[in-house]
Design a protein around this ligand. Structure first.
Ligand code: ATP
Ligand code: MG
Length: 271
């Protein structure tokens, strides 16, 4: 069954899309079946995957409104080796149009349900707001990956996001947990970055991923070629960090599954 993760942070420009696209490509390169859901009207994850957001016949917008299925809206990222449920500006209207619809927070969750067996990982790129679209991302997911820059204000925004995740966990999606915080655009020469990074580790412990993604211009250049950075320049430091991040994710879930099955086999209920 697919593991579904939302990549979320209501702060803009913190590396959500770069993380989603590169994690999708790195997981796909290691043989995982991946669907990337672009839940942002900016359509950056769509374009960065090499899918043209202009003139899409159907997109995540129609899927959320129940006008078409994921199977007919999804496209292939040829450069990334994964499927994309694309988005464009049309999606901005969905916030308003969904107000009339029942159970509007769980539209994406229900649409994805049919595809649980088609993928190993489903990654949802959320927009920079705690909006109804992000809420759909959080309701559909098993966990949240939070990319963040190690700056002073990053910590301030984090408590709002953590509180939203707790509320969603309590009221809408009992499965939801924080998978981890990913430090991105990291500059080890900056004293502030090192201090904030240490604070994060002190506060969130092993929820902070070991992988550090450095600031790397090749990651920023890749989207204009319609390619994930890990494909555009695999040897670059940024690409290597995202490949390491994918390995860390896979390892983490292998360990969790192994300990679950050990617990299961020793349980009298399953004996
Ligand atoms: P938004 O909130 O607008 O959706 P975002 O959180 O998705 O933004 P990105 O679009 O991934 O953030 O990144 C913001 C900018 O920073 C982009 O121009 C991107 O290319 C650049 N960027 C992201 N990560 C890195 C990195 N590790 N090194 C250099 N540039 C990066
Ligand atoms: Mg983005």
């Amino acid at each position: 069954m697919a593991k579904i993760f939302s990549i979320a942070n209501q702060k803009g420009g913190v590396g959500k899309t770069t993380t989603t696209v590169n994690l999708a490509a790195a997981l796909a390169a290691s043989g995982q079946r991946v669907l990337l859901v672009d839940l942002d009207p900016q359509g950056n994850a769509t374009m960065g995957s090499g899918v043209d957001k202009r003139g899409l016949a159907s997109s995540v917008y129609q899927v959320l409104l129940g006008l078409c299925s994921i199977a007919s809206a999804r496209q292939r990222s040829e450069s990334g080796g994964y499927d994309v449920l694309p988005a464009n500006r049309e999606l901005a209207g969905a916030e308003v149009e969904m107000v009339e619809i029942d159970e509007r927070e769980t539209r994406l969750k229900r649409a994805l349900k049919v595809h649980e067996q088609d993928y190993d990982f489903i990654l949802i790129d959320c927009p920079p707001a705690l909006s109804l679209l992000t809420l759909n991302g959080l309701c559909a997911a098993h966990g949240v990956i939070i990319p963040m820059q190690c700056e002073y204000y990053a910590l301030e925004g984090l408590s709002d996001l953590v509180n939203t995740i707790k509320q969603v966990h309590r009221n809408l999606n009992g499965d939801l947990e924080i998978i981890g915080l990913l430090r991105v655009m990291f500059d080890p020469r900056s004293t502030l970055a090192l201090q904030v990074s240490a604070q994060l580790e002190a506060h969130f412990g092993d929820k902070v991923f070991a992988t550090l993604v450095p600031r790397n211009v090749r990651l920023a250049e890749a989207p204009s070629y319609g390619m994930p950075g890990v494909v555009f320049d695999r040897a670059s430091k940024g690409a290597q960090a995202y490949v390491a991040f994918a390995v860390e994710m896979i390892e983490r879930f292998r360990r969790a599954e192994a300990s679950q099955s050990r617990a299961g086999s020793s349980s009298p209920a399953t004996a």
